[in-house]
Design a protein around this ligand. Structure first.
Ligand code: ATP
Ligand code: MG
Length: 476
């Protein structure tokens, strides 16, 4: 549709030159080096080298965005972004270890071993005759490669606290939009008209929630107000981008808080409709407890520097629906292995229309889920086979989270914990006890060899109840 392009571009320019963007009076506030706390010793070696090299070559070079924000509130940035008036090609000429990336948003990556410093050229508004291109359709920015001034670059950023610059030329902090005030007030406020900024890029709604969770800031009411009307636009965001954004939300150490804020602001349903649906019918809060325990566990692992995987995260978020669907099928007479497979596939497929879960993670999730019913099958052969299953560890970690679901699940978890430390004979003996367990034997309250008896007894009781319970849940 080449005929539509000029119209779309025109519409975009109109939108961008509204009072909230380029025509707004800009009051630059310069905070000199002795009046702020941002110190060069907190900046990565790689970022400093990039800043100095650009500066020596006669370019303007600033640290910008999340790094400046985090350093000013005493945090530790996870990456350092640089903004400059040098074009990507000029940056590339200055650094041997540099590659140009991106189409929608062209950038230079300067690589120092494990560290990548992202170098972006100041973006303009596209009003003038600059070189480069910007593409806007229905108010949404699809491409943003128009070079501009540092003031324009500040205005096209999302939140005021994200538009602060640390200038390597004189070590001052530059504030074009009131970001310093917001940092002081611990509030996230959009630059310009909130509705227009969310329409340009709906993912900014998720960024608001994520940054509020990460920084423990509040979201300004003006930035919250459009969520109800515009949340639906997230359905049109590319699922691969929502996957990346989900990882930043949930695997960076503040996942539980992100989850709570997503729910609080009514955005969870747009990102994880499956989880939102289960939580809506989760009368005894068992699913909520499991999700919260899973996210808290992941946050703790991140803090301890242990590895975390998206597979576990999504297994936790989607579990309630998979379990209910599988149990309903089993109750309807479907063979259990097939029932679990079908339920897992269906739920993953539904979630993937929103957040693209790469196949390699989906496979692990499906294995973790499929092993869950096997933890309550205490036939001797099956128990020993499960203990040596290659996916036992991940499935067992997941089982432990399910202790949040019920006392029964906690006892099952306890037994498997005990079984891993017990000898082959002890496990065999414990299982023999299950077969002979008297119905009158009291459930063992503590972790011991007697636990399987209690577990088996409970299971008998649960079984009689479960077809209607499972069917009832799934029919909601
Ligand atoms: P984090 O601490 O998670 O890295 P961040 O704010 O640095 O948070 P990045 O994705 O690294 O997030 O982006 C760097 C900067 O680029 C932001 O601070 C902001 O100025 C700008 N930016 C990022 N995404 C957008 C967006 N969708 N719209 C406008 N500006 C954005
Ligand atoms: Mg960043």
């Amino acid at each position: 549709m080449p005929g539509n392009a000029p119209a779309a571009r025109h519409q975009g320019n109109e939108a961008l030159s509204s009072e909230s963007r380029t025509n707004a009076p800009i009051a630059l506030r310069v905070i000199p080096r002795d009046q702020h706390t941002l110190s060069r010793k907190d900046i990565s070696q790689g970022a400093l080298r990039v800043l100095y090299r650009l500066h020596e070559a006669g370019h303007r070079a600033c640290l910008v965005g999340g790094a400046v924000r985090d350093l000013l509130v005493g945090g530790h940035p996870k990456d350092f972004d640089v903004a400059t008036d040098a074009t990507p090609e000029q940056v590339k000429k200055l650094f041997r270890n540099c590659r140009l990336i991106g189409r929608r948003f062209r950038l230079a990556h300067v690589i120092f071993g494990p560290e990548i410093v992202e170098v972006a050229t100041f973006r303009g508004t596209g009003d003038g005759e600059e070189n480069g291109d910007r593409h806007i359709v229905d108010g949404r920015i699809l491409r943003d490669n128009v070079w501009g001034t540092i003031e324009e670059d500040a205005l096209r950023r999302d939140f005021r606290v994200n538009a602060l610059y640390y200038d390597i030329g004189d070590f001052s902090v530059l504030d074009y939009v009131g970001g310093i005030d917001d940092l002081h007030d611990r509030v996230l406020r959009l630059i310009g008209d909130p509705e227009q900024r969310y329409r340009e890029d709906p993912v900014r709604m998720l960024r608001a929630v994520r940054l509020a969770a990460k920084l423990e800031f509040r979201i300004h009411p003006s930035a919250v107000a459009p969520f109800a009307a515009l949340g639906d636009l997230l359905g049109e965001a590319p699922p691969a981008r929502l996957f990346d954004e989900s990882l930043k939300m949930f695997l960076a150490g503040y996942g539980l808080q992100s989850f709570r804020e997503l729910e609080r602001y009514g955005l969870l349903q747009h990102l994880f409709p499956v989880a939102a649906r289960v939580l809506a019918r989760d009368a005894d809060h068992a699913v909520r407890r499991l999700i919260e325990a899973g996210l808290a566990n992941t946050d703790a692992r991140v803090r301890e520097g242990k590895p975390v995987t998206p597979a576990f995260l999504f297994a936790v978020l989607l579990w309630g629906e998979v379990r209910d669907a599988a149990e309903a099928e089993v109750a309807a007479g479907v063979e259990p292995t097939l029932a679990w497979q079908r339920a897992a596939h269906r739920v993953v497929a539904e979630q993937s229309t929103r957040v693209a879960i790469p196949r390699r993670f989906a496979q692990v999730m499906e294995e973790i889920w499929a092993l869950q019913p096997r933890f309550t099958q205490f036939a001797r052969k099956r128990v020993f086979r499960l203990l040596t299953h290659p996916r036992f560890r991940a499935a067992y970690d997941f089982l432990l989270l399910r202790a949040a679901e019920s006392d029964y699940q906690r006892q099952v978890g306890d037994w498997w914990t005990w079984a891993q430390g017990a000898t082959h004979e002890q496990v065999a003996q414990s299982l023999a006890q299950v077969q002979q367990a008297e119905p009158s034997v009291e459930p063992a309250a503590t972790l011991s060899e007697a636990a399987p008896a209690a577990v088996a007894k409970k299971r008998r009781r649960r079984r009689r109840r479960s077809p209607s319970a499972a069917g009832g849940a799934a029919a909601d």
